[in-house]
Design a protein around this ligand. Structure first.
Ligand SMILES: *[C@@H]1O[C@H](CO)[C@@H](O)[C@H](O)[C@H]1NC(C)=O
Ligand SMILES: *[C@@H]1O[C@H](CO)[C@@H](O)[C@H](O)[C@H]1NC(C)=O
Ligand SMILES: *[C@@H]1O[C@H](CO)[C@@H](O)[C@H](O)[C@H]1NC(C)=O
Ligand SMILES: *[C@@H]1O[C@H](CO)[C@@H](O)[C@H](O)[C@H]1NC(C)=O
Ligand SMILES: *[C@@H]1O[C@H](CO)[C@@H](O)[C@H](O)[C@H]1NC(C)=O
Ligand SMILES: *[C@@H]1O[C@H](CO)[C@@H](O)[C@H](O)[C@H]1NC(C)=O
Length: 611
């Protein structure tokens, strides 16, 4: 609750200030939905003097090489020397030495830009110019768009217009004393901590200027804006020191639409949910006394491993196959938990050369690596980074874990991720299998495990996280029939949901794309109904009909109707009152009105008494 309010608070301060968005995606990639691939000009200040940071490299080794590239006015060369604490423009700079270059930034249409021209020295690509020569100070897509030339026609002598990313402080930042927004390109090994020390500003200010929640993960080949209140001075001593180990904290937060409405929604929702659960508790209470003590002990011993407090990062990075590694270091920036570095040969061996037999879905394969069953999925570079990012914040026994990944071959440049694949497959298949049916106590255990995993996502990490695709195909069972939630993915901002949504889902999500934990609660209710009946219901009509009797309107026959709803494979080999208790809980979860659904906290209280 407090977290949600914090997020809402955060979202409201950031939207009122109108700073610039950080674009997570690699310089050469252009997921077109990303804000921040250029900085928008939305302030009364339409142009300004500002700075950018450039690093000396093989091609541009001296300050004069760099000032030539950026067409710095010769009158200003002394100023540039002073700015960079150098005495001679022709002194060789160590590779990676950062220099500050003053630029004129101005608003051109929708975006800020600093105009430069570049004469192509030989055959090259837009991505090479934008990402290597100009060190990601603009995206290759922007460069392509601003120049009419086809990429194939780039040849020695072609003159390109190069609009570099820059920004002027908006009215809000100016009122706080920010004078310059320096464009800084991130490279591998950079952390916000280093940046903070180099420029002597606080992490909060850094993050706020880039519209990021505190402690985000940042990536190489992207740019960051550094808000400075005075003329820049870079502390170069820091550059040489050992980078401190990067901290890890979430970047993905739950979309909050209609913030104040949502706030009331949560308050009221929890209150109503709690009342409903009190009723459910009363029903269940009758059963609690009958529980045997060993069950409680079993529960405690299991849960000692899955409480909120142990979500600590695992040990430092482990390199598996250091010689023929195919892991791109780009993916690992900022990752402080252990991930394996698989070689493409290992993956080929595991999947028999990505054979049809091993295929389990679109771009997904299963296989064995070191006698452990794994799922291998190929996905876009950007998505892989986000999956790594999400999993780096999640470590829970009831959530399928990420073992590692592999950068892929040159021919197939998309990376692979390697995930745990619990051996008994997905819950839907297990429920479908009538011959080897799930006994009652396994089903309550599965419900409890799923609830524990969701409770962790909703309450134990920060910012809180909504899974949004909880269903019986995304729940996997281990050899000992414990459940793990799979398919934990980064939330796509503003992506169209309707196409990806399958089955009976929360109506507010389907209709308005409204995203909150309550969507997961609804989905959990559906999973409970499937556990009870083993049926699958794509539109909810069947489930609504068969649980209508729980409304209390109908008189008598309640147990009869429950029995007819239950999975016939159970053959009445289950405690009727427990089944009723789960059915009541499920019904509360699938209420149309999210306000009436209980919270995961409430659900845990009910289930913990049953397992
Ligand atoms: C600036 O942003 C605000 C909201 O963020 C918007 O209402 C306004 O129209 C924008 N102004 C310009 C000039 O784009
Ligand atoms: C860099 O400067 C040196 C001399 O200062 C010059 O010889 C060299 O050609 C320059 N390189 C580029 C890429 O301009
Ligand atoms: C500038 O360089 C001199 C030596 O070249 C060094 O002693 C001094 O600390 C540097 N100043 C800053 C602010 O880095
Ligand atoms: C910025 O523009 C002014 C006037 O147009 C010019 O005098 C100055 O040299 C420019 N500064 C840079 C860094 O290009
Ligand atoms: C920068 O280039 C754009 C064309 O892309 C042009 O419209 C704009 O006037 C130029 N700005 C300056 C300050 O020269
Ligand atoms: C990303 O940045 C690294 C340096 O940190 C550079 O070597 C590499 O070429 C860049 N990647 C792309 C795709 O430009």
């Amino acid at each position: 609750m407090v977290y949600i309010l914090l997020i809402i608070f955060w979202a409201s301060i950031s939207s009122s200030s109108g700073q610039q968005y950080y674009d997570y995606s690699d310089c050469s990639l252009d997921p077109d939905s990303y804000p921040g691939s250029r900085y928008t000009c939305n302030s009364s200040q339409k142009s300004c003097l500002t700075f950018l940071v450039y690093r000396a490299n093989q091609q541009f080794q001296t300050l004069s090489n760099v000032t030539d590239l950026f067409q710095v006015n010769p009158d200003e060369s002394n100023e540039v020397l002073r700015l960079n604490n150098l005495t001679s423009p022709s002194k060789m700079l160590p590779p990676g030495r950062e220099v500050l270059i003053p630029i004129n930034c101005s608003c051109s249409g929708q975006f800020f830009q600093a105009n430069f021209s570049y004469v192509v020295p030989g055959s090259t690509t837009y991505s090479d110019i934008a990402c290597s020569v100009f060190e990601s100070l603009l995206k290759s897509r922007t460069l392509g768009e601003e120049n009419q030339l086809q990429e194939n026609d780039l040849k020695a002598g072609s003159k390109l217009h190069v609009p570099l990313k820059c920004a002027c402080p908006d009215d809000f930042s100016s009122s706080k004393g920010v004078k310059y927004l320096v464009t800084y390109p991130f490279v591998e090994g950079d952390t916000l901590d280093l940046l903070r020390m180099k420029f002597g500003i606080s992490l909060e200010d850094l993050c706020a200027a880039n519209l990021l929640a505190p402690n985000p993960t940042v990536y190489p080949n992207t740019t960051f804006l550094i808000p400075l209140k005075k003329y820049p001075i870079m502390n170069l001593q820091i550059t040489d020191s050992q980078p401190p180990s990067p901290g890890f904290l979430p970047t993905i937060d739950i979309e909050t639409t209609g913030q104040s409405k949502l706030r009331t929604l949560y308050v009221v929702g929890s209150a109503v949910g709690f009342c409903l659960v009190l009723v459910a508790l009363l029903v269940c209470g009758l059963y609690v006394k009958a529980l045997r003590k060993w069950k409680v002990e079993r529960l405690l011993s299991f849960n000692a491993r899955s409480s909120c407090s142990i979500a600590s990062p695992r040990s430092a990075q482990t390199a598996r196959s250091s010689t023929n590694s195919c892991l791109s270091p780009d993916l690992l920036v900022g990752v402080t938990y252990s991930l394996c570095n698989y070689s493409i040969d290992e993956l080929k061996r595991a999947t028999k050369g990505f054979s049809e037999d091993a295929r389990t879905g679109d771009q997904a394969y299963k296989g064995m690596i070191d006698n452990v069953q794994v799922m291998i999925k190929q996905m876009r570079f950007e998505d892989t980074r986000q999956v790594v990012d999400v999993h780096s914040k999640i470590n829970h026994i009831n959530i399928v874990s990420l073992h590692g990944f592999c950068y892929g071959e040159n021919v197939t440049p998309w990376p692979y991720i390697v995930l745990e694949l619990p051996s008994n497959g997905c819950l839907r298949d297990c429920l479908f299998n009538q011959s080897n049916y799930l006994r009652w106590h396994k089903r309550t255990q599965i419900a409890f495990d799923v609830a524990t995993g969701l409770h962790y996502l909703h309450h134990c990490i920060f910012p809180t996280y909504a899974h949004l695709s909880v269903n019986s195909r995304n729940i996997f069972l281990t050899t000992s029939w414990r459940a793990k939630l799979g398919n934990v993915r980064p939330l796509k901002r503003n992506s169209s949901i309707s196409s990806s949504v399958k089955g009976w889902v929360a109506p507010e999500y389907l209709l308005h794309g409204s995203v909150s934990e309550k969507v997961d609660i609804f989905a959990f209710g559906v999973v409970l109904l499937e556990l009870l009946s083993a049926r699958e219901d794509m539109d909810g009509r069947l489930f609504k009909d068969s649980t209508g009797f729980l409304g209390g309107a109908s008189e008598g026959g309640c147990f009869e109707r429950l029995r007819s709803f239950m999975d016939p494979a159970l053959k009445q080999d289950y405690p009727l009152a427990e089944a009723l208790c789960l059915a009541v809980l499920a019904k509360a979860c699938v209420e149309d009105d999210p306000l009436h659904r209980p919270s995961m906290d409430d659900i845990m209280k009910v289930l913990a008494r049953m397992v």
